[in-house]
Write a protein that binds this ligand. Sequence first.
Ligand code: NAD
Ligand code: ZN
Length: 251
Amino acid sequence: MKMDIPADLIRFLQRSTRVAALTGAGVSQESGLRTFRDSQDGIWKQYRPEDLASPEAFARDPKLVWDWYAWRREAIKGVRPNPGHHALVEIEKKIPEFTLITQNVDGLHRMAGSAKILELHGNIQRVRCSECGTFTETWGDDTESVPCCESCGGILRPDVVWFGENLPRAELEAAIQAARNCDVFFSIGTSGAVQPAASLAFAAHNKGAVLVEINLDPTPLTPKADFFLHGKSGEILPELVRMVWGTDGGL
Ligand code: NAD
Ligand code: ZN
């Protein structure tokens, strides 16, 4: 598919050595995963994600929350990275200092082969103890009650950041550093509604980075963007790689 990538942006990226990219649920949409604003499926339709992804929800009904994540892990089985994820792997190969920052918890960037990823909101494939924090490699999803930690007996929880919880400090600090020190900052498939991730683009912009947004719809960031590439990340990113580096890297 032919898409217009502005010539100025192509030239600029050819000269850039420091690039950061923040991705959101929109990047996984073409892999068949729903974005946050889409309605939920089946029995989960009656709940708002905010009412399932919070410490309060887990305290109220741990089994309900556990089952929701077990269902989401199941839904991710068989899901594959799309050309947008693969293009980001190519960009990582071309740019000397490239930082991929994601709000997604689905692990698809890792599966695509991106080496350096800052997972700001955790990963639903990982599970840890809600009491002592010990990670668990294997657990049963179909148990009567929420499985417990082998070290302390506390109940297990997904290693994700819930509403009202802090982001992992090391990841957030590294993301802020990357945003403040890049020539180009990409905001891709994210509505910019969830802080503090959304403020990274503004931090980059304030430090003089060129801001590039890729989205199906305008967002609060769009008025600040130097380039707004309107469309699907799975189509725009591979085209951008082709136009900037003249390679498709097998995409
Ligand atoms: P969001 O749902 O708020 O926004 C998604 C954005 O992507 C929207 O702006 C939409 O216009 C855009 N979009 C949809 N399809 C697109 C496509 N094909 N190409 C380009 N843009 C597209 O998601 P968010 O900003 O990531 O924030 C939601 C929160 O939900 C995050 O905290 C995240 O952790 C969590 N979440 C993660 C996943 C996942 O891991 N796959 C899925 C849902 C929600
Ligand atoms: Zn424990």
